[in-house]
Design a protein around this ligand. Structure first.
Ligand code: ZN
Length: 259
């Protein structure tokens, strides 16, 4: 899936307090998932990113948001340390590991499908950018902690499945239309009473070749013959070839639905 990341400038981040070290993509081998820990006051929107920033800068004294990204419950992604800067999310793993926060916490709501999908999108993009399959980790895989909580940890261990966006069902193929095979010229000369005659008459009307006063109906009448003659003339037949009795060529072109 394609991902869209709201930049620090766009969500109103404060200037870094200091300058986080740069990390090259080639140094990345892991991808860590975190939860909020407590219950986020702002589970969605830029206010969530600012809330995390305040905790990390004012509370922990860090340079800014310690995660590489923050994912809210609507599936929005907010830039923290991003692709290039060393995080402050898991001691011993901040160079090798990207870290993403998903905005759920103790007693809080479960991560939404959108949030999980966004986090998975980040993981896939991280693998693409680094050119390797990054190890999927929960915070507790790096250090003794409850983070990312039982549900998110189970999700990580389960391979971070994300719902694929619903692909529209291909429209069912229209069944090839079947046409009534030519019943033979003699059939019509016997003045038949048949559903074939009705079907033929309807097609003649549709082709603008009606000499019907009423109908068409199942009984072959002079109106059918005159109507069919119009069809033959429409096709360019003249004389005996436009006598109103169906021949195979004009019949096949009329495409009478199978009865
Ligand atoms: Zn954590």
């Amino acid at each position: 899936m394609s991902i869209s990341i709201t930049s620090r400038a766009a969500w109103g981040a404060r200037a870094w307090n200091g300058s986080p070290a740069r990390v090259s993509l080639s140094q990345r081998t892991e991808f860590f998932v975190h939860w909020f820990g407590g219950v986020p006051g702002n589970p969605t929107g830029a206010a969530l990113a600012r809330e995390v920033e305040r905790l990390h800068m004012n509370g922990n004294g860090w340079a800014g948001v310690g995660y590489n990204w923050i994912v809210d419950q609507d599936g929005n992604i907010f830039e923290g340390r991003g692709w290039d800067l060393q995080g402050a999310h898991c001691p011993g793993h901040n160079v090798s590991g990207f870290g993403v926060l998903i905005a759920v916490g103790k007693g809080g709501a479960k991560a939404s499908a959108k949030a999980l999908s966004a986090a998975r999108g980040l993981y896939d993009e991280a693998c693409r950018k680094t050119g390797r399959t990054l190890a999927k980790r929960g915070h507790r895989d790096g250090i003794a902690t409850e983070c990312p909580g039982p549900d998110l940890y189970a999700w990580v261990k389960n391979g971070m499945p994300a719902e694929k966006p619903a692909t529209p069902k291909p429209a069912p193929k229209p069944k090839p239309k079947k046409y009534e095979p030519f019943p033979g010229a003699a059939f019509f000369k016997r003045a038949p009473r048949s559903a074939i005659v009705t079907a033929m008459g309807k097609r003649l009307v549709a082709e603008g070749c009606s000499a019907y006063v009423s109908g068409p109906g199942p009984q072959w009448t002079e109106a059918d013959r005159k109507s069919y003659a119009k069809w033959q003339r429409k096709l360019g037949f003249t004389g005996a070839d436009a006598d109103g009795y169906p021949g195979k060529t004009s019949w096949d072109k009329l495409r009478v639905p199978e009865v």
